[in-house]
Design a protein around this ligand. Sequence first.
Ligand SMILES: Cc1ncc(COP(=O)(O)O)c(C=O)c1O
Length: 466
Amino acid sequence: MQNVLGPQQPVNKDWWRLSAEGLPKINTVPPGPKSQEMHASTARFMKGLSSQVKLFPVSFEEGYGVMLKDVDGNEYLDFSSGIYVTSLGHCHPKISDAVAYWAKKLMNAHDFTTPVKEKLMEKMADVLPPGLNAIQMYSDGTSAVEAAIRAARAITNKHEFIAGFRDFHGKSMAAVSCAQMIRGDVHSYGPTRAPGFYMVPKPDPYRPLWTKADGTIDTDKYISFYEQFIQEGTVGNLAAFVFEPAQGWGGSIFPPDDFYPKVKKLCEKYKVLFYDDEVLAGMGRTGEYLCMNHWDVVPDIITLGKSFGNGFPVTAMVIKEEYAEALEKISASSSYGGNPMACAAALASIEVIEEEDILENVRTVGAAAMKRMEKMKEEHPIIGDVKGKGFLLGIELVKDKNTKEPFDEAGKLVYQKAFKKGLAWIPAGHILRMSPPLIMDEKHVMLGLDMIEDAITEVEKEFGYQ
Ligand SMILES: Cc1ncc(COP(=O)(O)O)c(C=O)c1O
């Protein structure tokens, strides 16, 4: 059949299974000699590498479905989706074909309308909450975040923003101003955040700052602190609260269910916008198109990225239609935003989510993973907490379950050991972060957890816990 995505061949839902058979396949202890040589050669020029690469300098040459292959021929089970990006599997045939079709037909037409853009806009309006349908497209998450901040200013004519401790929004000046600034490994720009940007504590159920008499987390106290902060800490020009719906970099941390409905109410009371940065948690990762859908809260502004184009650099800022005029004021377009290849990748990705019933898979397999992780927590002295929804999962390692002292050294070792066993994944200090491709079935998710559990057991032995 011929459509705006080109002459698409029907794709069987099981397209990735053959390449997943027998994973992991480790022939040479990774990182192997070719990997190391290639990495060393590249690293002569390529600087500023992430801690992930520094801790495990492997070189990849191929990816298909849930499999990643390195240059020594080792095949890994993917438990990171790139970095929450290739969520529908590496090189999904429908998405790759759609991008290739436009790569040969029309690569860029600035922000003129194209047939594939028309269809994407309709599809986005269809899957996003009602009213969220004023869209502009970008080519990385940070640019979408910057645009969202500029849009919030234009909508409100105000310039102050409140963001949450341990949330992350990208690495431009405005984005880092909405995050912790002293992370040696990420950014330490100094001397201070941009004027008008403030940070407040966000509820972490495992490490609550404010609790009720029974010791459980008290979200009312967080909200009343925010209210006091608006009154005492701002100059009365608050444009928006900027929150990640669930923390990705921070360690797959979800606030209690009553938190966002209360934040939204506070925003309404003070006529402040609620900006929900869904770059990492959106587009199916937690079993909903938007993570915020779990709490039935409709934000005023969202940003989408990562999973949105399954690896093609395509992102979006979406605001409520009633505020659409603000986008006229901020000169919202960019050189690459909404190019035909990008639109094709995003449209094909949403169609795959629908056609392959991805949200249902994420919900059921994610629930099974949580159950397994709960059991691991009971059995392992260094697992303090397990957390997550869908395929956004975390295991928090502590030196002692009573003191909850973070166990960073163990986190690094578990990462390296599981990688050596054939698990391609992401470290984050003492919280192990897992973001498998959303197509993954229960068998392979359990296989990934087996490798992690074995690595944890080995580390516990090394540190004298067993
Ligand atoms: C929640 C969130 N927002 C924004 C960004 C920035 O996206 P990008 O790296 O594509 O610029 C990230 C990246 O990790 C993120 O996790």
